[in-house]
Structure formats: C-alpha cells, structure tokens
Design a protein around this ligand. Sequence first.
Ligand code: UDP
Length: 244
Amino acid sequence: MREMLDVLGVNIDMVTLEQAEQKIWAFLKGEKLRMVFTPNSEMIMLARKDGALKQVLNGGDLVIAEGIGVVYASGILGKPLAERVAGFDTAKRMITKLPEKGYTLFLLGGAPGVAETAKENLEKQYPGIRIAGTQDGYFDEQKEQQIIADVNRIKPDILFVCLGMSKQEKWIYNNRDKLNVKVCMGIGGSLDVFAGKARRAPDFYCKYGLEWFYRLMKEPWRYKRMMALPKFALTVIWEKIKGD
Ligand code: UDP
C-alpha cells in the first residue's frame, strides 16, 4: 500500500530517499513499465492549471517530493514528509549501484551532445556501468517514433528522460504502452549535471533548503518561473485554512 500526501491535487509518495531507491529496485524486478515522477512546487502549480499534467503525475508509480517547497507544504498540511527526495539524488544513488546490479540505462534528453558527454563521464566515474544508448532531447514527431524503436531494440532496463518540466512527464505517460523498458524516470536537468554543463547547488544550499536561492543567483532570468514558489506556499496555506 502506498502512503500518499495530496498536495494541491497532486499525490506524492510519503517516502524517504532510501525508500524511493528501494522501490525502484523492486520495480526493476517487475514485468511492467513503471513511471517515476519528481514534481517540485513549480510543477504542482502548473498541474493546477494543466489538468492533463495533473492526470499524468497522479498516474505515476512513484511520485517523489523533488523540491523543499513540497516538504514544507507537507508540514503545513499536517502530514510531514521525512525529507526532500530529489530526482537527481535518487538517480545518483541508483547510478552508484548500477555497476554491481548490472541493469542497463538509456539517457534521453538535453541539447545535442549532452547525453553522450554524460555517458562518458558516468562511465569514467562508475566503471562497469552499462549505458546502452543516448539521444538528445530535441526531436520532431517522426524522429520520436524512431527513438522509441531504437530504445525498444536496445531494451534498456532504465530510461532517464530529461526533456524539461511537464514535457518529460507527458512524454513518458503518452509513450508508456509503447516503450519496452522497466523504469522511466523524468529527471529534468540531471543530464546537464552529469555532463558537467550545470552544477548542482553546493551541499550548504541543499542542506538548508536554499537550492532555489542558489538557482536564482545562477539563473536570475528564471525569477518569473520561480515566483511559483511563494505562490505555491500561499496557496497551500489558503487551501488548508479553507479546508479546516
Ligand atoms: N530539454 C530537452 N528538450 C526540450 C526541452 C528541454 O531535452 O525540448 C532539456 C534541456 O536541454 C535541459 C533539460 O531538458 O537539459 C531541463 O530543462 P530545464 O532546465 O528547462 O528544466 P526544467 O526546470 O523545466 O525541468
């Protein structure tokens, strides 16, 4: 039985990072495709307006609290999550153990060259890891069919899909019956980090829940998108007051 938390209509699994990782290893032993989504407060706000996105997220087999905002919201809602479970951290934990577990991985997304560089870096860092294929994230519909055929020929166990928020979740959901893989994870800009093109916020920022602040300093043009964060907090409080 999954223990879920409803955050503005999006159901989040109440799991720790360790439990999320264990669930994914269990998925890999199963027969059917499982979808792992990693919503943050921005995505949850988007899902309030975009019913299709909400449906996609709620169709996930594991939906983890990507952002610290979601963790704070859980406290406001009276069902505190133990910790933030970022998609990047979950992916990293899995990658660390992939050489020993032997599962194969396919990297999809990012600008041309990014997935290949990520593959090279990961192969250097984790000798024995089996990265069975890569594909950039800029393709048209025709190419998309070819990508799906390629993935199915290669049959990787895990597919990391990094096409940006909302696009990657919908892509996974819409192709779930066509893809011959065990686990599909939407993990945003993670390939850029593995490729060394972007940096994860230093530990200090992550530890104190200030990753958003680091990102704002590095990418100030994102401030409009980031306004979703305070709006999210106020909406959660408002919905809570209305519901009580
Ligand atoms: N991306 C992609 N195809 C697209 C749009 C984005 O592969 O059509 C990639 C982009 O290159 C980046 C990643 O998706 O590596 C995440 O993009 P963004 O920083 O916008 O992430 P978000 O915060 O939206 O998840």
